[in-house]
Design a protein around this ligand. Structure first.
Ligand code: FEO
Length: 394
């Protein structure tokens, strides 16, 4: 456990989970993650904002004794997901006088997921305030970043906002305050890609809301605290923007190198035209790298071998991920090679349909690419160039 004074009577009480290698059993973590809980001690009442991942409940509870926190009146649940709410039942046992304070949607989740009784929950509305004596908490309901139950808690007198998952990062630290670095930026971007990118439009709304509040600090529930809120707000604004970069993503899987050869050829042709690309090995690659690339890419050309009359399963996996993460990509195509027949692209195109991508004619080759196939790739590269130019990216 890390206990640290943030300001007078505002404490960080969180945990670095350095051993965690993957989150949501989906995206690998480069730096583990932290679960941040905050204690706000008013002249009359004490509130805890978000709690702890269940695995660390006992350490978390013990830390209250070790640091002389003898009473908790309010447990603020900014979000019902259990990496933040999981210790609430144990907190209610330790501090039986405490009441859980949250919005109506989150209250429903806490009742269903953690079996918290209704009479232990106080439901608050947007902008409602809760006095702790000389400190006031104000609740900002913020559905969609990233669950429908999310809210922020604003510490009025201290001009600090606790944003739960929003503006967070999977990152561990010794000091709890953010020190800008490429590593922190990468972790925050990967985190954004996985849990916030599907809600980019909503993110833009809350980025602006927090900018307008001109807060002194952003205290998320994962990753470091931002004493310079513009650092993380600027990054999020870039990532959540509607326009992608002059960048092509080339996820590929190739059984006999025929598809790799074509993807490599396309990458070289794009480079000749001034279009950077990122190749991603769908079997051996780190899914986090793909997620990060999806934040920026405008075009996706997916290369796959045929396996049993359809795309390689790794290609389906990538296409599914792209379809649910809702990246800002505008253009897509496919390149593939087959041995004896089947439908290589149809189902993948169907899965991507909700993204309403501009699909360039795919290229399907039996075995190795021949001169006429490479000529088709030349045409594809030129089409991508033209479309990027029309979009003002070149
Ligand atoms: Fe960090 Fe949505 O929980």
């Amino acid at each position: 456990m890390i206990y640290k004074k943030i300001k007078d009577n505002i404490l960080y009480a969180g945990m670095n989970d350095c051993d965690r290698l993957i989150f949501d059993e989906l995206i690998p973590l480069d730096h583990g993650t932290s679960y941040n809980s905050y204690i706000v001690i008013g002249s009359e009442k004490t509130a805890v904002i978000d709690t702890m991942y269940p695995k660390f409940t006992q350490e978390y509870l013990k830390s209250f004794d070790e640091n002389g926190i003898k009473k908790v009146d309010y447990i603020i649940a900014n979000h019902g997901e259990q990496d933040h709410s999981g210790s609430i039942p144990a907190m209610l046992e330790k501090f039986p006088q405490a009441v859980v304070v949250t919005n109506a949607v989150c209250a429903g989740n806490l009742k269903e997921m953690l079996l918290i009784p209704s009479d232990k929950i106080k439901i608050v509305k947007n902008d409602e305030e809760l006095s702790l004596g000389d400190k006031t908490l104000q609740f900002k309901i913020a559905p969609g970043v990233h669950w429908p139950d999310t809210m922020f808690t604003y510490l009025k007198e201290d001009n600090i906002i606790c944003t739960c998952d929003f503006l967070g990062a999977h990152y561990v630290f010794e000091d709890v305050f953010a020190v800008p670095s490429k590593e922190l930026e990468r972790s925050a971007k990967k985190y954004y890609a996985e849990i916030m990118m599907p809600f980019a439009t909503v993110c833009r709304k809350y980025i602006q809301q927090i900018r307008n509040m001109n807060v002194d600090m952003v205290m998320p529930s994962h990753g470091p605290i931002h004493k310079n809120p513009n650092y993380i707000l600027d990054l999020y604004e870039d990532w959540a923007g509607e326009k992608g970069k002059n960048l092509v993503l080339l996820p590929y899987v190739s059984m006999y190198h025929s598809t790799t050869e074509m993807i490599d050829y396309l990458a070289n042709k794009l480079a000749e035209k001034g279009i950077p690309s990122i190749k991603y090995d769908m079997v051996d690659g780190n899914l986090g790298d793909l997620a990060i690339a999806l934040v920026d890419g405008t075009t996706i050309v997916l290369g796959t071998s045929m396996v049993l009359a359809g795309p390689h399963p790794a290609a389906f996996n990538t296409v599914y991920l792209a379809s649910v993460l809702k990246p800002k990509a505008k253009i897509a195509s496919f390149i593939g090679s087959y041995g004896w027949g089947g439908n290589l692209f149809g189902k993948m195109a169907d899965m991507l349909a909700p993204l309403k991508l501009d699909v360039i004619e795919p290229i399907l080759v039996k075995g190795r690419a021949k001169a006429e196939d490479f000529a088709k790739i030349d045409v594809m590269a030129q089409e991508i160039y033209n479309k990027h130019h029309e979009l003002g990216l070149i």
